[in-house]
Design a protein around this ligand. Structure first.
Ligand code: SF4
Length: 114
């Protein structure tokens, strides 16, 4: 039996607290993260381009907004490569939400943006 399993059984601890105290997981900052759309740079052209390249169907158009479903996004970066002036990496990897709807974000389109 592994030491940590025995220790947990003896102390009644089944998991560690979250977020864990002390140094962060080094991979948390090394892995790709979902996109962040730059305010004022997302117009119909950019929106159409990023929707077309998204392999996960995590992006779609809804009226005057681009919709991003963080629950479907795999952080592949295709949208960022398609419109680098309008899309950045968010740097946010902790996306847990209590409601599914909280993972769906609306990005208003600017008519004048390219
Ligand atoms: S990072 Fe990839 S999966 Fe996520 S929204 Fe952009 S294209 Fe879609």
């Amino acid at each position: 039996m592994a030491f940590w399993t025995l220790r947990g059984l003896l102390r009644g601890v089944v998991t560690t607290r979250y977020p864990a105290a002390g140094p962060r997981d080094q991979w948390a900052t090394a892995l790709p993260t979902p996109p962040r759309f730059v305010e004022g740079h997302v117009g119909p052209d950019v929106a159409s381009r990023v929707v077309a390249v998204c392999p996960s169907r995590a992006l779609w158009l809804d009226g005057d907004a681009l919709v991003l479903d963080l629950g479907a996004c795999t952080a592949c970066g295709a949208c960022r490569r398609a419109a680098p002036h309008a899309v950045r990496e968010s740097g946010v990897s902790e996306l847990a939400a209590l409601r599914r709807a909280d993972l769906v974000k609306r990005i208003p389109l600017r008519a004048s943006a390219r």
